[in-house]
Design a protein around this ligand. Structure first.
Ligand code: NAD
Length: 661
């Protein structure tokens, strides 16, 4: 056995330590299963009074199934999937029937298959560490628990709470786990083993653990009279949880309700069948790919070997518009002092006032009287109008004011960093930080490395993005980087559809139905009609084949219809964050630019929009703006709201999932 150690502890109690070699987390690999079976053989041959299961890993108890195995096995037949569940359960069941009291002594994350293993033990005790979390997040991968989690959990904590945990996939902290009776005690880490030993002694004296084992073989106790009602309200909660795809939660709910009055053996059969329904489904494939994409992205961090990475204390922001304000808000929330400047003094004062009113560290946002005030800032982000000449002038001025070491960043959405860098002295300290709009919910920040950008500057930028609790992706210096390269062709297509006589709601609705947070025209209203018009000018200058010259955006800009920020764009807004309202005036404006009247089926319309994004995604990869298709998928989900359940734009386009959705 190389992933499990058995050692005598004291009082004829054995310590079973799980320690998968070479990994920072324990996962249920084939090796671990084999070792658990061998450990059970040894314990059967010479049963101790008790066995305590611990993990040797610092932050993880057992993290669940081996996802790389699942990824390789998505095409398994139903019979093979059922066998996979049965084999795991058989090993755990044999362990649970040992003539010895078993205690899962849990420190760190105990999730998915890890929690199922703990549920097969007689007793669970957790420590009160921050990293100790319990739950069954399988539905978040489009799966269901498959090693009796859906069977033992309701028999231990009751059907309602079990359904809530399994269908939401949420993780609970020790205090809640105790309240739910998922664990019998919460103790300090240093007392975990002593308390487990005591629990073994008292269980042996009372013999209650044997009674409990028998109870777990039967149906769920205390079933509510009205199961239909319980199922209905659980389904409503699933439907309301918009961040989660509802396929797997609905299937597992149906199974848990149906199997609650069965004995555990029959219920396990139902669990295997539920697993076979979800395993390899388009949702499972998409969500698994997305999970692995996010895990990979976690590795994009500042290098630890950089000499004295700068931790800026004060951040200067030039531009107090839609984006500048939100970047200031992020900076304040991360604990920085912020100096804000805008050429429009009224706008500046209004922005600072609202930042001071809403920020937790009041007083840390200050209005700068001029660019000269930035002299003491450690880092300055420019977020002014998307015009190359104006940005160049500003940076030239900034360079005259700040020290040579000060990192300068641009939030340009489309202009290559190298084009702006011509006006920066020491361009090695210059970098692009492209935030996505709206800033709060959108987690992606493109970190644009210019030709001259130094490693130190890159590390400072990555550290800053992490301090903002956002996900950085390092991209090469191409017009539009990744996010706008994906979005602008879709916007272009939407504008062409308008010219074809299709209305804004008709264009936006199918995009939202597909799973995006907003339709393309709604997105333009979020970003700013003027900003997209300027972005278009950059594309027409640098990549003329990517989009066409549209008369619609200038027409709206001329009328002050800049989107949400002016209360009207393609739609009207009674509040900045309010819902879009149809605007009859738009129809009159567009009538002038209509080229033809050609209605389209919804499917065809959606394909036209999506095909533009897919083509652009392939172009991004071909130009090596990012090196890996997973980076494009990351940007599509976190930067354009492409639905995570579909895995990301390239995965969806290339993996054949298209037919499944
Ligand atoms: P905005 O129009 O809301 O704000 C721009 C602000 O810059 C205005 O308040 C204006 O007064 C100020 N300004 C213009 N010239 C200035 C100068 N020389 N000195 C000081 N202030 C000046 O625009 P925004 O949407 O906040 O965009 C700002 C930048 O962020 C642009 O480069 C844009 O491409 C980029 N960006 C925008 C979005 C988006 O969705 N809106 C997303 C990512 C990046």
């Amino acid at each position: 056995m190389n992933s499990i150690r058995l050692e005598p502890l004291r009082d004829e109690i054995v310590l079973l330590t799980i320690d998968l070699p070479g990994k920072s987390a324990n996962v249920l690999t084939e090796t671990l299963w084999e070792d658990l079976a061998s450990a059970t053989d040894q314990l059967t041959a010479d049963p101790p009074r008790g066995v305590i299961l611990v993990s040797a890993k610092p932050t993880v108890y057992v993290a669940g199934a081996d996802l790389s195995l699942i990824e390789r096995s998505l095409d398994w037949s139903d019979e093979r999937i059922v066998r996979f569940c049965e084999e795991g359960r058989a090993i755990m069941a044999r362990f649970s029937q040992l003539p010895t009291v078993s205690v899962a002594a849990i420190h760190g994350a105990c999730v998915g298959g890890g929690l199922e293993l703990a549920l097969w033990c007689d007793i669970r005790i957790v420590d009160d560490n921050q990293k100790t979390l319990l739950g069954m997040p399988e539905v978040r991968l489009g799966l269901v628990p498959g090693w009796a989690g859906t069977v033992r959990l309701p028999r231990l904590i009751g059907l309602g709470p079990a359904i809530d945990l399994v269908t939401s996939g949420r993780l609970v902290e020790p205090a809640e786990a105790l309240e739910l009776r998922l664990v019998s005690a919460v103790v300090r880490k240093e007392n975990l083993i002593d308390q487990s030993v005591q629990a073994i002694h008292s269980a042996r004296e009372s013999g209650t653990y044997l009674e409990r084992r028998r109870e777990l073989e039967g149906p769920v106790d205390d079933l509510p009279d009205d199961l239909v009602r319980l199922a209905g309200s659980a389904q409503n909660r699933i439907d309301a949880r918009l961040e989660l795809d509802r396929t797997a939660p609905s299937i597992v709910l149906e199974h848990m309700i149906e199997s609650s009055s069965m004995n555990a053996r029959e219920a396990c059969g139902g669990e295997s069948r539920a697993m076979a329904r979800v395993w390899g489904s388009p949702e499972n494939r998409g969500l698994l790919h997305w999970f692995l994409t996010e895990e990979r992205a976690k590795k994009t961090r500042p290098r630890s070997d950089t000499a004295a990475p700068l931790r800026p204390d004060s951040i200067g922001i030039v531009g107090a518009g839609l984006m500048g304000r939100r970047i200031a808000q992020l900076s304040l929330a991360a604990g920085y002092r912020v100096l804000l400047f805008d050429a429009d003094r009224t706008k500046l004062l209004e922005a600072v006032e609202s930042l001071q009113a809403t920020s937790p560290n009041r007083g840390s946002a200050t209005a700068a009287s001029s660019i000269e005030s930035f002299v003491d800032c450690d880092l300055v982000v420019e977020s002014i109008v998307e015009k190359l000449s104006v940005k160049r002038l500003l940076l030239e001025r900034l360079c005259q004011v700040v020290g040579e070491e000060v990192v300068l960043a641009t939030n340009t959405s489309t202009i290559p960093v190298a084009d702006i860098a011509t006006s920066v002295s020491r361009p090695d300290r210059f970098i692009g930080l492209h935030f996505c709009c709206p800033v709060e919910p959108m987690r992606l920040v493109e970190v644009v490395r210019g030709e001259a950008t130094s490693d130190r500057t890159l590390d400072v930028a990555l550290g800053l993005v992490r301090a903002f609790r956002k996900t950085p992706v390092v991209v090469a210096d191409y017009p539009g980087f990744v996010v706008n390269r994906l979005l602008c062709p879709v916007f272009d297509e939407a504008l062409l559809l308008l010219q074809q006589g299709i209305t804004a709601p008709e264009i936006d609705a199918p995009f939202r139905k597909f799973g995006f947070a907003a339709g393309p025209l709604e997105m333009i209203d979020f970003i700013g009609v003027d900003t997209i018009m300027y972005a278009g000018e950059t594309f027409l200058r640098t990549l003329p084949d990517l989009i066409s010259l549209t008369p619609i955006l200038p027409a709206l800009v001329k009328r002050g219809r800049l989107g949400r920020k002016t209360g009207v764009g393609f739609y009207r807004y009674h509040q900045f964050d309010g819902p879009p309202v149809d605007d009859p005036e738009l129809v009159d404006i567009l009538a002038r630019y209509q080229l033809e009247q050609m209605p389209l089926e919804e499917d065809e319309l959606l394909s036209r929009l999506l095909d533009r994004m897919i083509d652009a995604a392939r172009g991004v990869l071909a130009s090596r703006i990012v090196p890996d298709p997973m980076d494009v998928d990351l940007c599509s989900v976190l930067g354009t709201t492409f639905p995570a359940v579909k895995g990301g734009v390239l995965f969806w386009a290339d993996d054949g999932c298209k037919s499944g959705h």
